[in-house]
Design a protein around this ligand. Structure first.
Ligand code: FAD
Length: 238
């Protein structure tokens, strides 16, 4: 988006979410607010002038100058290990945004909403689920989270708490499932997606977010099952 300025941002809080992910709260003077599901760009500048930019979804939404991000460490990545392990309150970076008008939920849309997350793809979907709670709607929402293991579930307590507000929550464990799990571990299969998500007959608006391979696989399975492609919004994290 041309014309969107870089804004200085100070880290005001960090919190471990899992052994390899953390939430980062920024104070951004002049931040214009964001819609549920939007993201921003982060720019880091080293002392020698070297710069790196990456996109991160915004876990919150709405007005105000506090912006919450959540970063999962990509092993051997350039930026995410720094954000997860080294950044501290008081540190400075720059942000540009909010960005993206497509992967956005508006509470005026009465459709049932199906959210499908792979790993850190849960971040913008949590923003959308938080917006549902603030809107006070009883609109049907269902959230399917695919994570490697129970310990890798970002925002697990908050996500499980969504059930009390009427959001149906389902978990898939790809590498290691909890001992009590009858399903065991493994990637989600087409037949499972049909039982763990709203069927096409309910005309849901579907948001799918996560690694590219996960998003493309899920979107293909949903289209094969009869969901109109135009009702499936996707965001790929790389
Ligand atoms: C719109 C958008 C929103 C995003 N939101 C978030 C978010 O909320 N939280 C978050 O943790 N990340 C998010 N990402 C991913 C983020 O931008 C970075 O790609 C990620 O943090 C890795 O950066 P890095 O510098 O550590 O790795 P890099 O040095 O850029 O990449 C290292 C290697 O890892 C691969 N890789 C990059 N990203 C991923 C990934 N997500 N999963 C698996 N392999 C990957 C690359 O292809 C490369 O081979 C988002 C990406 C986009 C496009």
């Amino acid at each position: 988006m041309t014309g969107t300025p870089w804004l200085p941002a100070h880290v005001v809080d960090v919190r471990d979410l899992t052994p390899r992910s953390r939430s980062i709260v920024l104070e951004v003077p002049g931040w214009p607010g964001s819609l549920p599901g939007q993201h921003l760009d982060v720019r880091l500048t080293a002392e020698d002038g070297y710069r790196a930019e990456r996109s991160y979804s915004i876990a919150g939404f709405g007005p105000g100058e506090r912006v919450e991000l959540a970063v999962d460490e990509v092993v051997d990545g350039e930026v995410s290990p720094y954000l997860v392990r080294d950044i501290r309150p008081g540190d400075f970076l720059e942000v540009k945004g909010p960005l993206g008008m497509y992967f956005v939920w508006r509470d005026a849309d009465p459709s049932p909403v199906q959210l499908i997350a792979g790993g850190s793809g849960v971040v913008p979907l949590l923003s959308i689920a938080r917006a549902r709670a603030v809107a006070g709607t009883d609109q049907p929402f269902r959230l399917l989270c695919s994570v490697r293991s129970p310990e890798d579930a970002m925002y697990r307590d908050e996500i499980e708490g969504l059930e009390a507000a009427g959001v149906e929550v389902e978990w898939i464990y790809t590498r290691r499932a909890p001992a009590r799990s009858a399903r065991g571990a493994g990637r989600v299969r087409p037949g499972e997606l049909a039982t763990l998500t709203w069927p096409p007959e309910r005309h849901p608006l579907v948001f799918v977010c996560g690694p590219t391979s996960f998003v493309e696989y899920v979107a293909d399975v949903l289209v094969d099952a009869g969901h109109p492609a135009l009702r499936i919004r996707t965001e790929r994290f790389g």
